[in-house]
Write a protein that binds this ligand. Structure first.
Ligand SMILES: C[S@@+](CC[C@H](N)C(=O)[O-])C[C@H]1O[C@@H](n2cnc3c(N)ncnc32)[C@H](O)[C@@H]1O
Length: 229
């Protein structure tokens, strides 16, 4: 079977691409404060679906109104801002390896939220072994594993960098915490194959409208919640 964890590389897998991208988005925002930039997978309403999922599962595993959350590859921070708008009030950390993304997210935060909003943004490469951060109740990824898969980077053991991803996520998770990921590059089966382990188990899948192409039924996007046992 084809190893789909090794996707073709693309400029979307480079830090330079994201630095340039958020430089433009930040300057657009400075000109027009209504323009908070691109919301990944907006067509599929993925952000709302992820938030609804957390709302519908309040009280299950570590999902709570005051759950601590980290958003990996946060971009403009929109997912965390929306979670805050929807009443989630735990500590929320957005991390991204593009300093420009972090500057941009902080600018939006400072313009929209009180200083003590419990939101924070921090620049880090999630694969940096010296990156040290606490554990969370909810770990989020919207489009970040997709971008990482396009980098073509490898781990020190020569395997695709994506193979190191589940361990990075697991380290950030408390026992009984939830990892909610949305991807457009991987199918539900592929994501489960990449991420599942005895410690990290698939729990629920968010269903999106399916499309039919060439007799095959598929979905352009997929969100799965995993639980740390
Ligand atoms: C497709 S964008 C998604 C952004 C945001 N999650 C959203 O939904 O709008 C992928 C993001 O992952 C970030 N990223 C890629 N590789 C990363 C890494 N190794 N560590 C931290 N962030 C990374 C990029 O800078 C970019 O902001």
């Amino acid at each position: 079977m084809e190893d789909t964890s090794k996707l073709n590389t693309s400029k979307l897998g480079t830090k330079k691409y994201w630095d340039d991208f958020y430089t433009v988005e930040k300057s657009n925002f400075e000109e027009n404060p209504e323009d908070t930039g691109e919301c990944w997978f907006d067509d599929s309403n993925a952000e709302d679906r992820m938030i609804e999922f957390l709302q519908d599962h309040l009280g299950e595993y570590s999902i709570a109104q005051d759950a601590s959350m980290i958003d990996l590859g946060t971009g403009n921070g929109h997912l965390l801002f929306q979670l805050h708008e929807e009443g989630f009030r735990g500590k929320m950390v957005g991390v991204d390896y593009s300093e420009k993304s972090i500057e941009f997210a902080r600018e939006i935060m400072n313009s929209r939220f009180e200083e003590d909003s419990s939101l924070e943004f921090s620049a880090a490469d999630i694969f940096d072994p010296s990156w040290d951060i606490s554990q969370f109740d909810v770990v989020l990824d919207k489009g970040t594993l997709d971008a990482i898969a396009l980098s073509g980077l490898t781990s020190p053991n020569g395997k695709p960098i994506t193979s190191a991803y589940p361990k990075v996520v697991e380290k950030l998770m408390k026992k009984n915490s939830v990892f909610l990921i949305t991807s457009c590059n991987f199918t539900e089966t592929e994501l489960k194959k990449m991420i599942e382990s005895p410690v990290l188990q698939a729990w629920e899948t968010i269903q999106y409208p399916a499309f039919k192409f060439g007799g095959q039924v598929g979905s352009a996007i997929c969100s799965i919640a995993f639980v740390k046992k």
